[in-house]
Ligand binder design. Structure first.
Ligand code: NAD
Length: 268
């Protein structure tokens, strides 16, 4: 079966990767494309029969699911319209502000939404591995995350680094809001036990690299993931789009799509 999808931001880095990945698959078809009014390619035929538009309602009318790798403002605007239409969503945009988060939550009340800071299989495996390491090692081992991304990335730390930090905090029974430390400058004093640090490095064309460090006394553990091709996120998102159509309203993530959610199973 082929799932028609509405693609957001086809002119962007992820939009291009999604377009290329969709062209390699027969389980999805780009049925509509939405981009900002002044985006390159606006008004042109993207694939046969699909002209890039800036009209949200028209774009969402073309498919039962949309894929969003854009900006916080676009995520909010599209989710608000999608709620009225009860369109399913796959959301990869990171660094969402509170109003965008609220719009995604409101959409998830009436439609199924897969939202994940990282759609790669490898990173979702890493989330499980860091949780296991944190459970075993506890707060006496210092947890720090270092992430590298290309120079155009807007948000920091990355959504994936925050996801790793949340997984470590949850496994140790902590709240990330209480123990997360995302900048150090000047005389910051000794490192408190139980803190979870994250450092963002930006430069060049790095697709995305994350390492979780656990520093013990006389030894350390490192768990790393390196993405070298945006195609991994694109194929993960397209797989999520085929999976999410027909599911019950609610928020899902990549662990649900991959069937890795222990005990919760498939809520279809
Ligand atoms: P980009 O700047 O290359 O592309 C953004 C796209 O959004 C552009 O095409 C832009 O025209 C479009 N856009 C902006 N405003 C819009 C609007 N109002 N309506 C429709 N389209 C609009 O960015 P990118 O590198 O492709 O990343 C996009 C987002 O995806 C970022 O938040 C990034 O962190 C995230 N990302 C997530 C994953 C993941 O696996 N979840 C992987 C890579 C990137």
């Amino acid at each position: 079966m082929t799932t028609p999808v509405t693609l957001l931001g086809p002119s962007g880095r992820m939009g291009q990767a999604l377009l290329a990945a969709a062209g390699q698959r027969d389980d999805v078809r780009v049925a509509a494309a939405l981009d900002r009014g002044d985006a390159p390619g606006q008004g042109r035929e993207l694939v046969p029969g699909v002209v890039v538009t800036a009209l949200i309602d028209a774009a969402l009318a073309a498919a039962p699911v949309y894929i969003d790798f854009t900006t916080s403002a676009a995520t909010r605007a599209v989710a608000e319209v999608a709620r009225g239409r009860r369109v399913a969503a796959v959301i990869g945009t990171t660094g969402l502000d509170a109003t965008a988060q609220a719009a995604v939550d409101a959409l998830a009340e009436v439609a199924p939404v897969v939202a994940a800071p990282n759609f790669s299989v490898g990173v979702n495996l890493v989330l499980g591995l860091v949780a296991e390491a944190a459970r075993v090692l506890g707060t006496s081992w210092d947890a720090e995350i270092v992430e590298l991304h290309h120079k155009h990335k807007r948000d920091a730390p990355s959504g994936t680094a925050l996801g790793i930090a949340r997984a470590i905090a949850a496994a140790r029974g902590q709240e990330l809001t209480a123990v997360g430390r995302f900048s150090r400058d000047g005389d910051v004093g000794a490192r408190p036990a139980g803190e979870i640090g994250a450092v963002a490095v930006r430069g060049g064309d790095v697709v995305g690299e994350h390492t979780a460090y656990f520093f013990g006394s006389g030894e350390r553990v490192e768990i790393s993931h390196r993405a070298t091709d945006r195609g991994i996120f694109a194929h993960g998102a397209l797989r999520a789009a085929t999976w999410v159509v027909g599911k019950r309203p609610g928020r899902y993530d990549m662990l649900d799509v991959l069937g890795l959610r222990g005990g919760r199973g498939d809520r279809s």
